[in-house]
Design a protein around this ligand. Structure first.
Ligand SMILES: Nc1nc2[nH]c(S[C@@H](C(=O)O)c3ccccc3)nc2c(=O)[nH]1
Length: 264
């Protein structure tokens, strides 16, 4: 899953038009690099990020989604707003990636009727503005599991079947480095739901905390983290660096498949 952030470049006067054009160009590059899905987001959910209203978020993501419709690549929309979900689904999105796990009023109802649309339910403690202030858990893995179980039940009750759901522990969303490492180390605990696991580790500060590298110097850490997540059971990895991640995962896939070839 390649990451496409459509957030106006605050340093240039190109504004939204330029950032839309840049997002489309970047999306096509990631398709060429081998992305299987593109995740388009119009509102950053980084700690301390600013709120973006519905109209602004729609103006950012819908043009990019529409421009990519003829490429045939499955598109996920990274949003928590039901209005954005509805428009994105009408514009052809195949997945809604909600860091708020459909907890906003109207989110479950916005998605339920569209039986072809998948949903990623992600765990977050608190809100993006305050989640990293002082994250605390008694047992992070069991508490995150419990939350995801609750959200799966809420989705099922709203008519969203299990085979439309993906779960995600939400690395970096209200977690310390230790919490993130425990979740990654025990990621296969989340395979019990019977849904694919999505892991988003790419370039995150937890990686920088270990190596000391800045966000634009975390390629190797991100590739290592994506490989570890897949080894531990993730089926989707959300990454900035598609080409490098695909190459690392190709080695893993070859290793996983090699004995089965001789068994035939
Ligand atoms: N499902 C799913 N969606 C996501 N969206 C993002 S935003 C990310 C960033 O790259 O800025 C980020 C980085 C650091 C903190 C918060 C958010 N991370 C995920 C994830 O881990 N899982």
């Amino acid at each position: 899953m390649g990451i496409i952030n459509v957030t106006p470049d605050s340093f240039s006067d190109g504004g939204l038009f330029l950032s839309t054009r840049k997002a489309i160009a970047h999306a096509k590059n990631l398709i060429d690099e081998g992305a299987d899905i593109l995740d388009i987001g119009g509102e950053s959910t980084r700690p301390g990020s600013q709120y973006v209203n519905t109209d602004e978020e729609l103006m950012r993501v819908i043009p990019v989604l529409e421009a990519l419709a003829d490429t045939g690549i499955p598109i996920s929309i990274d949003t928590s707003k039901p209005e954005v979900m509805k428009h994105a689904i009408e514009a052809g999105a195949f997945m809604i990636n909600d860091v708020n796990a459909l907890r906003n009023p109207g989110a479950l109802e916005a998605i339920a009727p569209h039986r072809h649309v998948q949903v990623c339910l992600m765990h977050m403690q608190g809100t993006p503005q305050r989640m990293q202030t002082n994250p605390q858990y008694k047992d992070v893995v069991s508490e995150v599991k419990y939350f995801l179980q609750q959200r799966i039940q809420a989705a099922n009750a709203a008519g969203i079947a299990l085979n439309r759901l993906v779960v995600d522990p939400g690395f970096g969303f209200g977690k310390t480095l230790q919490h993130n490492l425990s979740l990654l180390n025990q990621l296969n605990e989340f395979t019990t739901f019977g849904t694919p696991i999505l892991a988003g580790l790419s370039r995150k500060s937890m990686l920088g905390a270990i190596t000391g590298n800045n966000i634009d110097q975390r390629l190797h850490e991100s590739v290592a983290a994506a490989l570890l997540a897949v080894i531990k059971g993730a089926k989707i990895v959300r990454v900035h660096d598609v080409k490098a991640s695909k190459a690392a995962l190709a080695i893993y896939n070859a290793l996983r498949d090699c004995d089965s070839q001789f068994d035939q």
